[in-house]
Design a protein. Structure first.
Length: 999
């Protein structure tokens, strides 16, 4: 009975409203509709249709129309909160009509909001707008309770309703700054809508899954298509809303959070068909753009105003929203890695830009807090973004390989504007932030960022899949290739960069030298891959670069070798060292032991490094086998190579060390005791005198001073000095220079030799060799000066007469003058070091006599022509202060420039080595050609006979010279002159013989 009365009342009220022309009367009648107890479907449909009809759809001219429409919404909201009983479609149509009208009215209201007479109208409309948003939230809540797939006609209405509601919601938020006092309430209503929509989608996504799990899932129903479109629309509009909120400032943080959270939630609950319809790649692109834009703006501000340090609070304020967008990009990319791959170029550019920006800030004192904030807030999330793609099992290996190729491109980059130092003066606006995807491989701007990214991937490689570890391993050669680039070389050696480190259960931020951080990262990676199939690839990398020609790359590779051997089992250590020694022995016959750059010496250098810092347990065994037990020529060459490259004798057991040192000293004394000047000058062997080299290296490295080294060493040196003057063969003279230098080094460690009577003769002979004698013009004598400098330093232990008529003192002064006139930085350093030692210990008072007026350091640095009398002593003082100062590493423009110059020179040397290697391979292949051009021409018969006669004559002459030396002791000068002419003649005959095929 009550139900019939309510139905009758409903119809009478609806009729009354329809017949009334007075808005106020209509409003009063509409209010009565709120109290009606309606339960039948027909009544609710009639109510919803009536409200839709009563809605004033034309342009609002006064307050009364807003009052009427607002009352309609309030009635509808109250009814939606109860039970719509099958009338939901009609209420949604009302919502569509209301949303369209509110959107138009909002624009008009904002245009006239400054007019005072419109204030009441505007306030009323904003209340109406708020109610419209609440109606939207109530509608989605009702939809969540309704089985949509049972009402296929409703789905079309839902799709249209969703679109219009989201449009109104986004328009309202975009204008929130102008809605003043209603802003906070509207934002709350928007949040209610988002929550209701997400709940609605979660409920119906389950039904959608059931729809596609049926046998006929390939035939999508009309209702299912509408449902997919609704979900797609909500996701896209939430992305749009999230973008609006991102640009709206701090007041929209809540909307920002709920909108992007909603996007991820809907994608997470979506099925395969739904995800295929949504432009997920576009969503990721939106997030990437939201990451870059605030960074770009902040970088522009900070680069133009650098008078004060940027506060940590300001940096965090900028970067926290950026981190939020990155986190959402990571979550979506992990959920849909295949979609992320579609925009992998944009993702890579974003990540590289952030990593590069951090490096560019690390050298700016006022922006260090910004670099720290990036390290703490952005770097880990950027790394997660890369890892979620390369770790994905949904992507094929070739696609991951493509990504790695783009991250660590092999394309050779050019310097911006041809200036190598420009990479340290990156303008954020014209540099890294202006690069697009097509151009990110063409410049060096992002190179340091690529290295920073690789370093971080290495540091956190335990989180990588085995496939990803293998891909990273293949890029280690890329790292070495770029370390030889002068800008990277300078950065690695000089820059200090902030990194996050685990300390117990907490994470700490520390500034570390880039070089040490790189080594730490590589060692971490070694541990991470040791149990994966990437380990084989890593071992190949270590073997291939064991003799890397660039010292920095070689140093890094050797650090890794030592790290591996330090913690490896004995079997692996024994195998590695034994195999490397076998390789070294195979090189003995083809590689000169006294040439620093030979493969034999490089191999010895590497083995010594491993023994010193990695394989201590093998030291005594190797020393006993090579130094003590095996006395063959091969073993001697291997011994000398190892000693010359710093074999760690001090790490041996005392017994083995004593035996080894005594053995080398004994061999040295035996050699100089049996030294025959004539045999050396006539020998073409490259291994004569090896005991001198091994003894010199050992004595100087261990600072040995033994009485066993006596005056015989001085006599040996005198024989070498005299022999050099008369030697005419270039190869012999070169070997003689090396012996002179090594012997001077031995003497410099023996204080007791400086008191010998022969010392004065040695000093005078050195003065003749370098200054007053016929050999003074020999440009290759610089090879002896590395041994001459410490010898001159040791003269502090003898007393000298400081007068101009003393030949010994004058000779010493002249030798020091010669050193100080040298302009090569290495020789200048040797001279200053020697003089510093000498000046601190000598009894001489007139030290000015040792310094020439035209010393290299006396000239001004700018022109190199003006001499300053105080210049040398000033530079000498600076040198001594630097020697005593504690070394600190600080980044400065001058240091960067010097390291860049050094790096460029080293790269040029490397390129020459590589070219010579390629040329050597080509020449070797050409030598195998048996064509006419590869054969030596045979000399005519008459010339061949003449050559044989000349050679026989030389043999007779050599015997005659030996007899002359033995029978005429007082004819040394004549003997030396004949010797000089003889060897010149022998050299010319040998050259002539080489032109043909004669032996």
């Amino acid at each position: 009975m009550e139900g019939r009365r309510s139905s009758g009342d409903l119809q009478s009220i609806l009729d009354a409203i329809s017949s009334s022309d007075v808005v106020e009367s209509r409003i009063q009648l509409l209010i009565k509709l709120e109290d009606l107890d309606l339960s039948s479907k027909s009544d609710l449909i009639s109510l919803a249709e009536g409200l839709t009809i009563f809605w004033e759809d034309f342009t609002c001219l006064d307050v009364t129309q807003c009052l009427l429409n607002r009352t309609i919404l309030l009635v509808a909201i109250k009814r939606l909160e109860k039970d719509t009983a099958g009338s939901l479609a009609q209420f949604l149509r009302l919502g569509v009509k209301a949303s369209i009208w509110c959107g138009k009215h909002l624009k008009m209201t904002l245009m006239s909001i400054q007019e005072s007479q419109e204030e009441e109208h505007s306030n009323l409309f904003f209340q109406l707008l708020l109610d419209a948003l609440k109606f939207s939230a109530a509608s989605f809540s009702a939809l969540a309770r309704y089985p949509l797939f049972e009402d296929k006609m409703l789905m079309s209405t839902v799709e249209n309703f969703t679109l219009e509601q989201l449009n109104l919601m986004n328009e309202s938020v975009s204008e929130i700054q102008r809605i003043q006092e209603f802003g906070s309430e509207i934002l709350k209503a928007v949040q209610m809508i988002i929550d209701a929509m997400i709940k609605f989608c979660e409920v119906h996504s389950q039904a959608l899954d059931g729809e596609f799990s049926d046998e006929n899932s390939d035939k999508t129903s009309s209702a299912a298509n509408h449902a997919i479109n609704v979900h797609k629309c909500i996701i896209e509009k939430l992305c749009e809303l999230g973008t609006i909120a991102a640009k709206g400032g701090g007041g929209l943080v809540t909307i920002l959070n709920v909108s992007w959270k909603g996007v991820f939630t809907l994608l997470q609950h979506g099925n395969v068909v739904l995800l295929s319809k949504v432009n997920i790649a576009g969503t990721i692109l939106i997030l990437v753009s939201l990451v870059i834009e605030p960074l770009k703006c902040a970088a522009a501000t900070w680069s133009s105003v650098t008078k004060e340090a940027v506060s940590a609070a300001e940096a965090r304020r900028i970067f926290l929203p950026v981190k939020f967008f990155l986190i959402n990009a990571v979550k979506i990319s992990c959920l849909c890695p295949c979609q992320a791959y579609l925009v992998h170029k944009e993702i890579i550019l974003c990540v590289l830009t952030i990593f590069t920006y951090k490096f560019s800030l690390s050298s700016e004192k006022l922006l260090e807090t910004v670099a720290e904030a990036i390290t703490e807030l952005l770097e880990p999330t950027c790394l997660d973004l890369v890892k979620c793609i390369v770790n994905s099992t949904d992507l094929k290996q070739d696609l991951k390989l493509e990504i790695m190729g783009l991250l660590f491109t092999t394309e050779r980059c050019s310097f911006p504007d041809g200036d190598p130092s420009a990479c340290f003066r990156i303008d954020p606006m014209n540099g890294m932030f202006s690069i697009n995807c097509e151009g990110m491989n063409n410049g060096k701007t992002l190179l340091l960022g690529r290295i920073n990214l690789l370093l971080n991937l290495l540091r956190y490689s335990f989180d990588l899949s085995d496939d990803a570890k293998l891909l990273i391993t293949t890029k280690l050669s890329w790292l070495l290739d770029n370390l030889v680039q002068e800008d990277v070389y300078a950065s690695v050696l000089l820059l200090q960069v902030p990194f996050l480190y685990l300390s117990g259960k907490t994470t700490e931020l520390k500034w570390q030298p880039l070089f040490s951080s790189l080594l730490h990262a590589l060692k971490t990676f070694m541990v991470a891959v040791s149990s994966s199939y990437a380990w084989v690839e890593l071992q190949s990398f270590l073997l291939e670069n064991l003799l890397h020609p660039h010292f920095l790359c070689w140093d890094i590779v050797m650090e890794l070798w030592c790290f591996m051997l330090r913690y490896a089992d004995n079997g692996l250590v024994n195998g590695v060292i034994s195999n490397l020694l076998s390789v070294m022995k195979s090189l003995e016959s083809s590689e000169p032991v006294l040439v620093y750059s030979s493969a034999l010496r490089k191999m010895a250098r590497s083995i010594n490094m491993m023994l010193t810092y990695g394989a201590h347990s093998k030291l005594n065994e190797i020393c006993e086998a090579i130094f003590i037990q095996d006395k063959s020529r091969l073993s001697t060459v291997i011994l000398v190579a190892l000693i010359l490259e710093g074999f760690p004798l001090n790490l041996l057991s005392e017994k083995i060390k004593h035996i080894a040192i005594q053995g080398m000293v004994h061999d040295y004394l035996s050699f100089i005791g049996n030294f025959d000047e004539t045999s050396m000058l006539t020998s073409s062997s490259g291994v004569i005198g090896l005991p001198v080299f091994s003894a010199s290296a050992t004595i100087q490295s261990m600072k040995l001073s033994t009485s066993d080294i006596d005056v015989r060493t001085l006599k040996f040196l005198l024989a070498l000095l005299r022999g050099y003057k008369i030697s005419g063969v270039g190869e012999v003279k070169g070997f003689c220079r090396k012996l002179i230098s090594e012997t001077l080094g031995i003497i410099s460690c023996m204080k007791h030799l400086y008191a010998s009577n022969e010392m004065e003769e040695v000093i005078l002979e050195l003065e003749k060799l370098f200054i007053s004698g016929p050999t003074a013009s020999d440009p290759l004598l610089y090879e002896c000066k590395s041994g001459l400098a410490p010898f001159l330093a040791g003269l502090a232990h003898i007393k000298m007469t400081e007068t101009d008529d003393n030949a010994k003192s004058c000779a010493v002064w002249e030798l020091y003058h010669m050193l100080f006139k040298e302009r090569h930085w290495a020789l200048i350093h040797l001279g200053l070091t020697a003089f510093g030692y000498f000046a601190a210990r000598t009894s001489c008072d007139e030290l000015w006599r040792f310094v020439p007026q035209n010393a290299a350091l006396s000239y001004d640095l700018e022109s190199g022509k003006q001499v300053n009398e105080e210049g040398f002593m000033l530079e000498f003082k600076i040198f001594l202060e630097k020697e005593m100062a504690l070394l600190t590493v600080t980044t400065s423009g001058d240091q960067l420039a010097l390291l860049m110059k050094e790096g460029l020179m080293l790269k040029d040397v490397l390129n020459k080595i590589l070219k010579s290697c390629e040329k050597g391979i080509e020449c070797k292949s050409m030598d195998t050609d048996e064509g006419p051009s590869s054969r030596k021409r045979k000399l005519p018969e008459g010339i061949s006979k003449g050559m044989d006669l000349l050679k026989n004559g030389l043999k007779v002459m050599r015997q005659g010279l030996s007899l002359l030396e033995g029978s005429h002791v007082d004819s040394r000068e004549l003997h030396n002159k004949l010797f000089s002419h003889f060897f010149g003649l022998e050299d010319e005959i040998a050259r002539l013989g080489n032109q043909g095929g004669g032996d």
